[in-house]
Structures are given as structure tokens and as C-alpha cells.
Design a protein around this ligand. Structure first.
Ligand code: F6R
Length: 251
């Protein structure tokens, strides 16, 4: 079931998402979080850091799994997703490095890198809360539109749309890696709860596919309609053009 919550602005959306995570960690100090990178969760991570500084949350037993990483970028590359997480969250809270899990973007054997991450995901069982952004083409993680969905960790060829969308983080689009290693759709769907955030109206069409009643591998996020517990947080701007039919929770 998908529940939609609409927030006045990005800050209140981010604050509520952080509160949701903090409530979970208070109930379950060793909660397993699935994390996303990109622009959307930046406010959320900032709020988590603020709450940590105010001693409202303890990350010492929290376990994290990130969704994806660019192929070919080492952890210390400023555009790598590992670097992003270190910069915006990991280096600012008391999370234990041993509890941080990331797919390896730098490898000689792609199959081995995928199997390793898959094994770590299988060993942990279920992610308690998976944070997701959504691509303007409907991707979740880096599960790009395709004829079929891939369930497990895999290497994916980024679409032209994703490369253009993500070029803003690089000097030019020629520098954006062409491939990524990503959790598969099965890994994401196994999470107990999914919290998807969207605050940009370039995501409207992709979001509407999540409320359409159709599951389409060309819009990977549409699979979320089959999940038992999805929360979608959007701001008012995005909400304006959504075709969500049930009563939305307005915050
Ligand atoms: C990032 C990820 C992607 C992003 C999506 C939206 O780890 O998995 O699916 O969530 O591309 O990116 P932004 O938030 O930059 O619009």
C-alpha cells in the first residue's frame, strides 16, 4: 500500500523524514537503514545531523546499506556516492564504519562485486527502512527502465536521461560514469518499510506511474504498488499534479 503525505516545503518534508528515522532508531537501536544519495535526501541528512548534535539520536548500532555506486569511482572520488555519504552524514554522526555497507564501484571482477554485496544484503535479512529518491525516468536505485526488472545486485548501464540529469554534479556530462552497481528491485522490495521522497516537479510523471495500477518495467518505481508499506513524501509543488486517488495526509 502506498500512502502519500504532502508537506508545505522541502524543509518540513526533510524534517519529518528525519523524525521518522529517529523514531525507528529509538525503538530499534540496531535498525538497518537503506540509504539513497542525490539531491533529494540532502535535507534529510542535514536534519539527522542536527538531531544527532542535539543528542536526540544515537547511530552507534545503526547498520546502513547504500543503494548504489558509480562504476570506476574509488571511495575518495568527490563524485562517488561513498564520498557523498561521508560528507553529508557518516563523518558527522557516531555511526560505526564497520556498520556501513556499500556496493564496490572499483573492481576487477564485476560478478564478484555484485555477489559480495548481494551476500551482505542476504545476511542482514531485511532492511527496516529503505530511503528512496526517484529518477525523472522512474528509476529507483539505479534500476533503469528496461524490458524486465532485475531482482538482485547488478551492474547497470545508465540511460541517457540519467546521465543528463546527473551531469549537474560533474564538470560536464562526458565525465558522468556510464555504469553503476545497484541493489536490484528484489532487494528494495524486501525492505519492511520504504520512504520515497520527491520535491521536484520533474518527478511528477514518474510518481503518477506509481499510482496508475499498472506495473511496468519501463517505469521501475511502478513495482512499489506491490509493496505492503510505502510512504511517499512530497512537497505541495509536486503534489499539485499527482493523480493519487485516496485521501492524502496533508502536513
Ligand atoms: C541515488 C539513487 C537515485 C536517486 C534518483 C534521484 O542513490 O539511487 O535513484 O535517488 O536519481 O536523484 P535526485 O535526488 O538527485 O533527483
Amino acid at each position: 500500500m502506498i500512502q502519500l503525505a504532502i508537506f508545505e516545503d522541502y524543509q518540513s518534508l526533510s524534517r519529518q523524514a528525519a523524525k521518522h528515522i529517529v523514531d525507528l532508531i529509538r525503538k530499534k537501536p540496531n535498525a538497518v537503514l537503506g540509504l539513497a544519495t542525490g539531491s533529494t535526501p540532502l535535507g534529510l541528512y542535514q536534519e539527522l545531523v542536527n538531531m544527532y548534535k542535539e543528542s536526540k539520536v544515537d547511530f552507534s548500532n545503526v547498520v546502513t546499506f547504500n543503494l548504489d555506486e558509480y562504476v570506476g569511482l574509488p571511495h575518495d572520488h568527490p563524485q562517488s556516492y561513498y564520498y557523498f555519504m561521508r560528507q553529508h552524514l557518516f563523518s558527522k554522526v557516531n555511526i560505526s564504519t564497520a556498520n556501513i555497507h556499500f556496493p564496490r564501484g572499483l573492481f576487477e571482477d564485476a560478478g564478484k562485486a555484485c555477489r559480495e554485496y548481494e551476500q551482505q544484503l542476504q545476511d542482514i535479512g531485511r532492511i527496516d527502512l529503505q530511503i528512496l529518491g526517484i529518477g525523472s525516468n522512474g528509476h529507483i536505485g539505479f534500476n533503469e527502465p528496461a524490458d524486465r526488472m532485475t531482482l538482485e545486485t547488478h551492474i547497470t548501464e545508465l540511460t541517457r536521461k540519467t546521465i543528463t540529469d546527473n551531469a549537474r554534479f560533474f564538470h560536464d556530462s562526458g565525465e558522468v560514469p556510464r555504469k553503476a552497481i545497484t541493489m536490484g528491485i528484489g532487494n528494495i522490495m524486501r525492505a519492511r518499510t520504504i520512504l520515497l521522497l520527491a520535491n521536484n516537479d520533474t518527478k511528477t510523471a514518474a510518481l503518477n506511474a506509481m499510482f496508475s495500477g499498472v506495473i511496468d518495467p519501463n517505469i521501475p518505481a511502478s513495482i512499489l504498488q506491490l509493496h505492503e508499506n510505502v510512504l511517499v513524501f512530497v512537497n505541495r509543488e509536486v503534489a499539485k499534479n499527482l493523480k493519487y486517488r485516496s485521501t492524502a495526509l496533508v502536513n
